[in-house]
Design a protein around this ligand. Sequence first.
Ligand code: UN1
Length: 483
Amino acid sequence: MSGLIKTSFVNGKFVDVQGHEEILKNINPSNPAHIVDQFARADVALTEQAIAAAKAASSVWAHSNPQTRADVLDKIGTEILERREELARLLSVEEGKIFKEALGEVERAGRSFKFYAQEALRAVGEKYNSVRDQVGIDVYTQAIGVVGIISPWNFPIAIPAWKIAPALCFGNAVVFKPAELVPSSAWALAEIISRSSLPDGVFNMLIGPGRKVGDTIIRSPDVHAITFTGSEQTGRQVAEIAASRLARVQLEMGGKNPLIVLDDAELELAVDVALQGSFFSTGQRCTASSRVIVTTGIYDSFIARLEEKTRALKIGDATDPDTDIGPVVDEKQLKQNLSYIRAGQDEGATLVYGGEHLPKENGGYYFTPALFTNVQPHMRIYREEIFGPVLCVLKVNNYEEAFAAAEDTPFGLSAGIVTTSLKYAEDFKRRSSAGMVMVNLATAGVDYHVAFGGNKASSLGSREQGTYARQFFTKVKTTYQLA
Ligand code: UN1
């Protein structure tokens, strides 16, 4: 542990420790005795200062030269990529994601900044002839103003990056609140941003609790738009408050993503896609496949091979190169996983393997990936998002039954199918109500340069990432002029 107490970043500097703040300890879930960092928690007053600083800086940044914005974003992206190994180690230690996955996440964060560096230079408008003589019309986009960014713990750097980069790219000022479980990656990112030549106040980061910091951001009349990734329950509250004051909102919430495995699938590929989508990153992804829907012909061989490969997975310290699955993020999440395992058993599902707390000397929050069969569609483990490595298998007779089962959920983030049939692959892509559909690929693990998001209870508002992000981070202006 570094002796230093780290702080929030407001109006161009890391604030001084006052001495009266609550102290937040960032705990390593692989080894809870290890305190990664300590933070002085921001309060309502500091959050208000950050919002005021963002408001004051927003109009200069909104009208800044696009080359200036491109250079700032490119510089941030370059440093993230240059320091990828160090940042990945930090991420792995604070979140429990294995190093290889953490490295992928850091690269994605760096590349998001690089993508939006280029996007800052792209054309933004259209010219029209008016239906009235001698009138010209321009339609183009402008910055919205101040954007509130609230990010979750499961992607400590990639999600902040794919929200902050487009916000800055399109000329907005930012008030960013990372999840309290993973402040160290966010702090490292803020430190990189602090040296990027952004004018003071354009970027602010507050490390503190949702009930104070998050709430103040969401309710402030000076925050014009809020982008949030997290639980459905919190997302609904964010949306209600934002709607009550007519602020723009973008929500990415839960998933209960289906993966269909058809008789004609290649067995090894199907098993690997299920393992990757359901168990990797400890199942802590809103895109994880937690419902695997399998047709009868391949069912027995699929389950046998899946069980064999699940048993072979190594659970351990996230930074150990031999580890396949790191710990659960904290004790609360571990207890929640265990309670869902009991609920599944009580409702009559068969626990084929896993679902246990795996005690180790250092007391990490280790949990063996769980494989349930004999699952029925009404069971809680099949309907509710667990956010852990818990895979429920549903047996069906044919593609049509599989399709109906896949659709039977309040969520609609991602959906996958493993098949060698072009007909079923095409049909599934066309008819699925999910926002992202994968064929012969895991439901989780997406590119950084294309639209990301879901439908139904998974998402609200326009898409994140890629060129689609412009819709959320800008407003449209239409001008008319007499020639
Ligand atoms: C991915 O699967 O690559 O919170 C990204 C989440 C998502 C991101 C998933 N917003 O899990």
